[in-house]
Design a protein around this ligand. Structure first.
Ligand code: ADP
Ligand code: MG
Length: 703
């Protein structure tokens, strides 16, 4: 086999990375570009022209014929419009391949159909894409040839953000500024920049493509709208971390290869809790790069699947009753000299700074729990959050035994003088203990868990961009840092002021810490007692984005204007209504055209059998029993179908946006459940060869 893969050699081979830039760009141009990347210095057009030219030459060597500004509009997917490199023919009839600095830096796709939530009227529909040079350009090779992809931000004519990247970059600036302010106070004079580091673990399902195509619900909506549980589910836990079957392993190999070529650090892969469920995790990267890479991961997972006769399901809940898929957003803060500020550290000096940052993050999460919850809201996640799996819908923080103990001491006495296990008291700072490196255990039920040296936000949906949660995290933490710096910068006795603030915040926000079982009913009660919000659905969370508090904090740091937030809320309501409308209509279609006719055929066969058996003089009680049961369920299904049709069509009369979204949530969604119930019961009775689509068993055990 010529299957040998030299990973070191192929890694990043299709990326216009630092090595390529150093090799190909004139020294001065390279230096200027580095300045732009590192300090945000504006790039002049002459320099941009040189970069564009070299980038084009490099891309053409990789087979590229086109370039695209690759951006992330508010549809959840990525978007691109391809232009070829050819210029107008010369008198000789030949063409040249050209790509200018202007074309590199700025694009103007006619992208007026992307959701803008009212920010753009069609008459002023200009949208601009602008190069994010901090996320490297890459060449994507596939059946459509090779394309130079340039990561860009997407804004309106007036500069309003129409995408995920623009506010993300703004939030990174905010956290950079406020964190630098904070660590300066703690004596750090060397760091020039602080960036959030993000590692997004991606869960997904793989099903056979043939079977998938026979499930119109999966095709239209990404999830099964009907489906009885197979006799065997995930109760044996025999799939989780199990050995990876050859078909899947060969798929993963190709996925890795594609990702590595694009410079995505695919690192960990394993089987997940549910049958046919898997996970892929990269090595963490700077926030905006991690967001771009996660988009690439999702794209490649899908693309490679179809090459292997598979289909990759990224929906949060493709199968009811089976573990759903999420995305764990690991987040920390890293200085440009490589220090992770969430590392508990070994020295007392690091220790107090760490504890302070930790407590500030608790405050941020408690102050803005609703906003964080909203950032993970999507129609698919409604089936996951709070459904006795994955994390609950209530935001809480898991700190682990040792840190929680420290927090309790701080709350009780304002001082923490010991730390569990280490037994070491000496800190050099009068009130704080040293912490063991591995200060945390694991708690899979917590939505926001401290694990070793990072926070892991586990609510994010598997299909969603990780931009939104990171925008929120960066901004709310920047807010608390800023507020704390305002106080500390005025303090006469810095150490005392730190001590007082730690105590104050610890007392105020201890309520957000929960180390117990987040799936339990008791926690729901306890959280209520503590006054923590429990926002159960997407539609109920959307207004968090436009609350006074949210507008204030986003405007303070220039991340979103009020108008931008309002437009995003509008887009989310519409997205919810659209998703449910498609689901409801798919259900109506499948039930009317496939399921009910199949059941009718089955009743006909049964009725004929009953007659034949009776005529033969034998006992026909069993056949008749089944016939009665099937007929009863058929009637139930028909009634539920009619109800669903009515409420779905009534949605048209509702005002678009919030009102319509709530209609779908309150009326249509329960009507869908009501139809599903008798149909799933019927699936358990009707002869398998007559059931019009593959079962759960066929889908998740036969890959
Ligand atoms: P775990 O098994 O605890 O979830 P892993 O080491 O497997 O931890 O990491 C899970 C994800 O978290 C990976 O994508 C990893 O790169 C990322 N990660 C690890 N350390 C950090 C960090 N300091 N900041 C952000 N992400 C991190
Ligand atoms: Mg993890």
């Amino acid at each position: 086999m010529s299957d040998f893969m030299n990973v070191a050699e192929i890694f990043g081979e299709n990326v216009f990375n630092d090595t390529v830039m150093q090799e190909r760009l004139p020294k001065k141009v390279y230096k200027d570009l580095k300045k732009t990347i590192e300090d945000g210095k504006e790039l002049d057009l002459v320099t941009a022209d040189v970069i564009a030219h070299e980038m084009k030459e490099w891309a053409i060597e990789k087979g590229a014929t086109h370039y695209t500004h690759w951006f992330q509009p508010l549809t959840g997917a990525t978007a691109e419009k391809h232009d070829s490199f050819i210029s107008a023919p010369m008198p000789s009839g030949k063409v040249l391949m050209s790509f200018s600095g202007k074309e590199l830096i700025k694009g103007e796709p006619d992208a007026s159909s992307f959701p803008s939530g009212g920010l753009r009227a069609t008459f002023e529909a200009r949208g601009y894409t602008a190069w994010d040079c901090t996320s490297p350009a890459f060449v994507r090779q596939d059946a459509g040839g090779a394309t130079l992809c340039i990561p860009t931000a997407f804004c309106s004519y007036k500069g309003e953000a129409l995408d995920q990247k623009t506010p993300l970059l703004r939030s990174m600036e905010a956290i950079n500024k406020e964190t630098l302010r904070l660590i300066r106070l703690f004596g750090n004079t060397t760091a020039k920049k602080v960036l959030p580091s993000v590692g997004a673990e991606q869960e997904y399902f793989l099903v056979d493509r043939e079977a998938y195509l026979k499930r119109k619900d999966l095709v239209f909506t990404g999830r099964t709208l009907f489906g009885a549980m197979p006799p065997k589910g995930q109760e044996l836990d025999d799939h989780y971390f199990g050995s990876i079957r050859e078909r899947i392993a060969s798929y993963m190999k190709d996925v890795n290869e594609e990702l590595w070529k694009l410079g995505v650090t695919a690192k960990t892969q394993h089987n997940e809790a549910a049958p046919a469920q898997h996970e892929l995790a990269p090595i963490y990267a700077q926030c905006n790069v991690a967001v771009d890479h996660n988009q690439l991961v999702m794209e490649i997972l899908k693309k490679v699947a179809s090459r292997h006769g598979l289909h990759c399901l990224l929906h949060e809940k493709p199968f009811a009753g089976v573990n759903g898929s999420g995305k764990h957003n690991n987040w920390s803060l890293t200085t440009d000299d490589g220090k992770n500020l969430l590392d508990p550290g070994n020295t007392p000096h690091d220790n107090i700074q760490f504890l302070f940052i930790l407590i500030c993050i608790l405050r941020a999460v408690d102050n803005y729990a609703g906003l964080l919850r909203e950032s993970a809201a999507d129609p698919g996640n409604d089936h996951r959050l709070g459904a006795a799996e994955a994390p609950p819908a209530i935001i809480s923080v898991f700190l682990g035994e040792q840190l929680e103990d420290v927090l309790e001491q701080l709350v009780a006495t304002g001082e923490a003088t010991r730390s569990i296990e280490t037994g070491k008291l000496e800190t050099g700072v009068r009130t704080l203990p040293d912490l063991a490196k591995d200060a945390t255990d694991r708690n899979r039920t917590s939505p926001f868990a401290f694990t070793n040296n990072k926070f892991e936000f586990r609510m994010v949906g598997s299909r969603d961009s990780v931009a939104a949660p990171n925008i929120v995290l960066n901004t709310i933490v920047a807010d608390v840092f800023s507020e704390a710096c305002d106080i500390l910068e005025q303090a006469d006795d810095f150490e005392m002021a730190v001590h007082d603030l730690i105590k104050e915040y610890a007392i105020q926000h201890q309520r957000i810490v929960f180390n117990g079982n987040g799936y339990s009913e008791e926690w729901v009660e306890e959280a209520k007692r503590r006054g923590l919000p429990n926002i159960k659905s997407m539609v109920e969370s959307i207004d968090e984005m436009v609350s006074d508090k949210a507008v204030k904090v986003f405007e303070k740091f220039g991340v979103f204007t009020k108008a931008e937030l309002e437009s995003r809320a509008e887009i989310k309501y519409e997205a919810y209504a659209k998703a449910l409308n498609i689901e409801a209509r798919s259900m109506i279609d499948i039930a009317s055209k496939h399921i009910i006719p199949a059941v009718i055929r089955y009743t006909k066969e049964l009725a004929e059998t009953v007659n034949a058996v009776r005529e033969a003089g034998a006992d026909y009680e069993v056949q008749a029993d089944i016939l009665h049961k099937v007929s009863r369920l058929l009637k139930e299904a028909k009634t539920a179908l009619e109800k669903l049709e009515i409420v779905t069509y009534q949605a048209v009369d509702k005002q678009e946006g919030k009102e319509q979204a709530f209609w779908f949530y309150e009326e249509v969604s329960p009507a869908m459940e009501a139809l599903r119930k008798p149909v799933d019961e019927l699936e358990m009775i009707v002869a398998k060869d007559m059931w019009p689509m593959p079962s759960y068993g066929d889908l998740i055990f036969e890959v």
